[in-house]
Design a protein around this ligand. Structure first.
Ligand SMILES: [Zn+2]
Length: 97
């Protein structure tokens, strides 16, 4: 595979702009109020046009991801470090500057 193709493939992978979860299958995506697929957020964060947990803060989201560290095969410290890098860059958390 040529280098350009590899880069293109990477761009296609979408992550949830709230929790950072990779979204691959269409059921991974959240839904808009009209029932269409929401391209920005996953099914756990966004349903029927609303965040499932609208009052969640960025710190709480990071804590939540640390709770999944076992599933991701990381220690809690590693999961926290990763979450602190990824989460603040996501669209949902950038509006509250
Ligand atoms: Zn999400």
């Amino acid at each position: 595979m040529r280098k350009e193709q590899m880069r293109e493939k990477k761009l296609e992978a979408q992550i949830c702009q709230s929790c950072g979860m990779p979204m691959e299958k269409s059921e991974d995506f959240g839904t808009n109020a009209d029932g269409n697929r929401n391209e920005d957020y996953c099914c756990y964060c966004f349903k029927n046009g609303n965040f499932t947990n609208p009052d969640l803060t960025m710190d709480q989201m990071i804590d939540k991801l640390v709770g999944f560290s076992d599933k991701m095969g990381m220690t809690q410290a590693q999961a926290r470090e990763m979450a602190q890098k990824v989460i603040p860059k996501l669209k949902r958390w950038q509006k509250r500057a």
